[in-house]
Design a protein around this ligand. Structure first.
Ligand code: PEP
Ligand code: MG
Length: 345
């Protein structure tokens, strides 16, 4: 939303009613800044606004390097209300719709019709551009009381995402039916999260096929969908060749992939100094995934936060990623970098 924000910050003094400035670039909050600091930061703010205005000139231009290598820049959303930002920033599509937010904002299980209305609206608003909707990724850090999920010692390693969907098929089928119906109104792709085995992908696809058959028998309109999975566990990287034969695309979830590769809880701020998404193990996993995907005609993107890390844009281009899906506010600055790269050098 382009609003500076800090999280995981402890402020010891009371700042209620005081002037405070957040510098999101440098992870700082200044309480009651001096006149001089205020002036400096105001200059920075104006410079930042000018840069953003300049970026507007990149709208409608391709994400292409000087030597002609192109990549898709898509946006991540959690809600229909985010689509405005996606369009404003000229994203080529939506690379990750975190559908669990629909469930988190609801008092009880959202019905098929409620979900259908949301997915259809997003697909229509995107006017034929690709919309990748991730199926329910609830559990661990994302909890809704009405799911009555059991308390677990290790929720990040627990009953979550596709594991819930393949166990509680009624919940899964409600969502898949809504997605198939929405696909009749736009270019919808379905993506399954937290995959660790080929069996899970086959099972998920079977449930999807069952839903399609039922909807057709009921005389409901359904659309074609592209099917993909999130690559966010080391297991999925190691068997990426086999998984790629089952799907049309991979989207690498670097947030969880970093957590599970480094055995570091992404929710624990104490571990921030150790949580390193630039770790060579993580970067090699990304590269391995791209290579495996491409061996099987499966396109590969990144939808974790790392996709927007401009210090890695060149690395990702050289690795051959086909797509980066990032927060809408990062699209144009990534485009600017991509258009300045020459990978032949
Ligand atoms: C990820 O794990 O990188 C990801 C995109 O999914 P989430 O952050 O929603 O877990
Ligand atoms: Mg994830």
């Amino acid at each position: 939303m382009n609003i500076p924000a800090l999280i995981g910050t402890e402020i010891s003094e009371s700042w209620d009613g005081k002037l405070a400035i957040i510098d999101g670039y440098n992870n700082c909050i200044y309480i009651e800044p001096t006149e001089d600091l205020l002036k400096t930061l105001d200059k920075k703010r104006i410079y930042d606004l000018q840069q953003r205005t300049l970026l507007q000139e990149l709208k409608k231009k391709p994400n292409i390097t000087l030597d002609g290598k192109e990549i898709n820049l898509y946006a991540n959303i959690g809600n229909v209300s985010d689509v405005g930002m996606v369009l404003q920033n000229d994203a080529g599509g939506i690379g990750l719709f975190r559908s669990e937010f629909i469930y988190l904002h609801s008092e009880t299980f959202p019905t098929e019709d409620e979900q259908f209305a949301i997915y259809k609206r997003v697909a229509e608003m995107m006017g034929g551009k690709k919309v990748i909707i991730r199926t329910l990724d609830i559990g661990a850090d994302k909890q809704a009381d009405y799911f009555q999920l059991p308390k677990e010692d290790n929720p990040a390693l627990g009953y979550r995402a596709i594991r819930i969907c393949l166990t509680q098929r009624d919940i899964f089928k409600t969502q898949l039916r809504a997605l198939l119906r929405a696909a009749a109104f736009g270019k919808v792709s379905i993506m399954f999260p937290m995959i660790i085995s080929v069996r899970e992908v086959k099972d998920a696809k079977e449930v999807l096929a069952e839903c399609r058959k039922e909807l057709i028998a009921e005389g409901k309109q359904v659309g074609e969908v592209e099917i993909g999975i999130m690559i966010e566990t080391p297991a999925s990287v190691m068997i990426a060749d086999e998984l790629a034969e089952e799907v049309e695309f991979f989207s690498i979830g670097t947030n969880d992939l970093t957590q599970y590769t480094l055995a570091i809880d992404r929710q624990n701020p104490k571990l921030d100094p150790f949580y390193d998404p630039h770790h060579p193990a993580v970067l090699r996993m990304i590269e391995k995934t791209v290579q495996a995907g491409h061996r099987h005609n499966c396109w590969v993107g990144i939808c974790g936060e790392l996709g927007a890390d401009t210090s890695l844009t060149e690395t990702f281009m050289r690795m051959g990623l086909d797509e980066l899906s990032v927060n809408p506010g990062s699209i144009l600055s990534l485009r600017k970098i991509i258009r300045s790269l020459d990978l032949s050098k």
